[in-house]
Design a protein around this ligand. Sequence first.
Ligand SMILES: [Zn+2]
Length: 142
Amino acid sequence: MVKLDVEKEERFINMHTRWEHFSEDELRCKGTGEIKMDEPFMKKLVALRKKLNQTMSITSGYRHPAHNSVIGGARNSPHLYGKAVDVACHGKKAYNIIRLAIEMGFTGIGVKQHGPHDKRFIHIDTMEMSEDHPRPWVWSYK
Ligand SMILES: [Zn+2]
């Protein structure tokens, strides 16, 4: 019994040690389980989280190309590079995430703010300008 609790505790700690405020589980690819987040991106994300001073629940982090195809993600999506997250939020929190993302130099902002509150999110990324990625850029989702 005691041993099990210790193992559970260790798993909990491991889950949170890689990046402050974010668990590996919320960042891993939902298809393959891999986590290839870009370190400079994560540093920026942790800094944004500290300024926001509210919990941030990530609904999509790293995506393997195969999984991105399966879910119909954008071609050459920033998620494939580990340079993007989708954050569940709406209303004032969404406003503050967008404001901080712009202030802190995130270059791509995708807005999904219609439909049920629990399905709404803001995508933020740090992609650099390229043919597939005009930057800075704001877009909305259907
Ligand atoms: Zn996204």
